[in-house]
Design a protein around this ligand. Structure first.
Ligand code: DGY
Length: 323
């Protein structure tokens, strides 16, 4: 029997690429070069399954290509705001994602940024490398305490709750959160977490704000100038969700004026481009979308995609179906 034809848009961890080769007639992207919209259209026309990832854009103009052979997009990533879901539905395309397996590594990275921002880690590294560090002194690079401070989470799903556990049980942080629907009582009890009635209330009541809401039009510039203006001057903003959740120019203005103490970003509006204004600032820590980038997590993400493909080709219920 002919093997199903599967197209992988970017390089995956070797262990999962081996499994793909064993099971499918697979086309890999060995050079890991970002592909164009035309290459995605071609893949949709010539493969049974296409597996994009979070940096590949699949708008309606791509999904609506004529003479499609593909019936399933097995997304390598939990976020799927890079795929036009309404268009996918209209085209009867199945979309799957990879929830669950990247929770802890992404929460670890959010804590990393929180600590970097609070303790001026990236700035200190730059100082040492520039050979401008002239020795310890009592007032050098003073920063903010993490232990015992308050962490406010916007969005309170899996990753936010994992971060809250690390922050509360590891650093004795007080947890507040905003989520439109109530969170599980057992989670609230474990974290001694306090809900906020609105994002505005959360913005003004906390030392650290960490964003964990989904991407997409409904959260574009959720954190705008008015929201940033509510933050305490000693507060820090951490974003490991999606870049467009924050109005970048408003954040640059706020950091430039030292209106808040700092920010830690793993994601950017229009990434991989990063606004020049951010690059100029010392009070922002910048990472290149590393949230899930551990070997174990990226391998587990690939295995999730494999499980979804396997279920699809065997007419079984799909473990992680989005639409
Ligand atoms: C995702 O899976 O959505 C992440 O952003 C990748 O780390």
């Amino acid at each position: 029997m002919n093997k199903a034809k599967v197209f992988i848009t970017r390089k995956w961890p070797a262990a999962v690429e081996e499994q793909l080769k064993a099971r499918y007639d697979v086309t890999l992207n060995e050079d890991d070069k970002p592909l164009t919209a035309d290459e995605f259209r071609h893949a949709l026309q010539h493969y049974d399954a296409v597996c994009p990832t979070v940096c590949d854009s699949f708008p309606a103009e791509v999904l609506k290509v004529e003479n499609k052979r593909c019936k399933i997009l097995g997304n390598f990533g939990v976020g799927y705001n890079h795929i036009d879901i309404a268009a996918a539905k209209a085209e009867n395309l199945i979309i799957t994602n990879t929830p669950g397996v990247l929770t802890e590594s992404t929460a670890d990275l959010a804590m990393t940024l929180l600590l970097m921002s609070a303790r001026r880690g990236a700035e200190g590294d730059r100082l040492v490398r520039s050979k401008q560090w002239h020795g310890w002194c009592p007032t050098q690079m003073m920063s903010s305490d993490v232990t015992g401070a308050t962490l406010g989470l916007i969005g309170f799903g899996r990753i936010a709750q994992a971060m809250a556990r690390k922050a509360h049980h590891g650093f004795g942080m007080k947890i507040i959160y905003y989520k439109p629907s109530p969170a599980k009582q057992s989670v609230i009890n474990d974290l001694n977490a306090t809900p906020c009635d609105s994002i505005e209330q959360l913005m003004q009541s906390t030392d650290f704000i960490s964003l964990h809401c989904p991407g997409g039009d409904s959260t574009r510039h959720l954190i705008n100038q008015a929201m940033l203006d509510l933050m305490q001057p000693t507060a820090h903003l951490i974003n490991t969700a999606r870049g467009h959740v924050v109005d970048t120019q408003a954040l640059i203005n706020t950091l430039k004026a030292n209106r808040i103490a700092g920010a830690g970003l793993d994601v950017y509006d229009g990434e991989p481009k990063v606004a020049e204004g951010l690059l100029q600032l010392n009070n922002v820590s910048l990472l290149p979308h590393l949230g899930s980038a551990t070997i174990a997590t990226r391998t587990a993400m690939g295995e999730k995609v494999l499980n979804n493909l396997e279920a699809y080709f065997n007419n079984q219920p799909l473990p992680d179906r989005v639409v």
